[in-house]
Design a protein around this ligand. Sequence first.
Ligand code: PMP
Length: 396
Amino acid sequence: MSSNILNQFLSENLEDLKDKGLYNEIDPLESANGPIIKINGKELINLSSNNYLGLATNDTLRTIAKEAIDKYGVGAGAVRTINGTLQIHVELEETLAKFKHTEAAIAYQSGFNCNMAAISAVMDKNDAILSDELNHASIIDGCRLSKAKIIRFNHSDMDDLRAKAKEATESGQYNKVMVITDGVFSMDGDIAKLPEIVKIAEEFDLITYVDDAHGSGVLGKGAGTVKHFGLSDKVDFQIGTLSKAIGVVGGYVAGKQQLIDWLKVRSRPFLFSTSVTPADAAASKKAIEMLMESTALNEKLWENSEYLKAGLKKLGFNIGESETPITPCIIGDEVKTQEFSKKLNEAGVYAKSIVFPTVPRGTGRVRNMPSAAHTKEMLDQALTIYETVGKELEII
Ligand code: PMP
């Protein structure tokens, strides 16, 4: 027998979400998550995935993953600190440290998990965290888990950050103060002002924490936002995910050896949850090696994103102020945004609508994620569809 209270809670709340149009319908893919995807038997140009470099379907990585399964099996068999650290996990961490130009690195099961692990391993109730108001949900949850005082600063507002850093450090209330930011903000595609953040951090002795989920593989010729600004030795925590540009799954912290040593003994998902599979670790390692060897995919990503951005702008869409391949088409009204996305889908383009509460009210948008795997023909076809649907809905 199931609980009546639970049944009532679920029914009421699910109903409420559906009434408000906020219930997230999921479309399962009948294909790989490449530049063309298949949903409900229909092929669509995919402008929705984080597979920036097309590596999720790369043939070399498929082979490497299969070889790792043959050598190590399908699972790690235990948590890392018991005997689930396979040689391939160690090699992945060594490769990550090289990629990020740091002394060491530690791998986690996901980017989300990594933020839950790393923040609370270092910060506690006697500390404070200065957090950009647009930081990713996993950063917010990681901060909450730490029980530190969370002080939000206005998005990329360096005067606000400075004032709050001064107040927090001079109050004498906190043992440690951390500043934490996304490297690239995923809804608008803008880049954190890291040189200014690092300067403020130096002035007030703040711990610096940059989650570069959307910058790695993209900025700094692939090495990420911190490298893009030449700040590799000035950021304490370089966080990344292996699930976006790298194309696989997993998360990591790169930093000083002592920091990584501490995370290995104190971060709970490392201690109490089994690590990524051998296939994931091997494919991630190889993908990073490929990025370090050649910038060709990174260049193709930028070429494609400039092309798509120019095309959408020429058609008259508001594409915001993105500095990265993330290309929003800002529609504004939530209902119209959802209708636009639906009609794009019917016409052959899969680009998801993003509305309140993920973005502020009145800034609904369809977010486009071009990749290195798209061809010019695919992008031209997408632009033609954008033009037709945009005119039909009187957006352009
Ligand atoms: N941090 C940021 C900034 C992200 O955008 C994301 C992905 N949505 C994550 C962390 C979570 O990464 P993962 O999907 O690897 O858990």
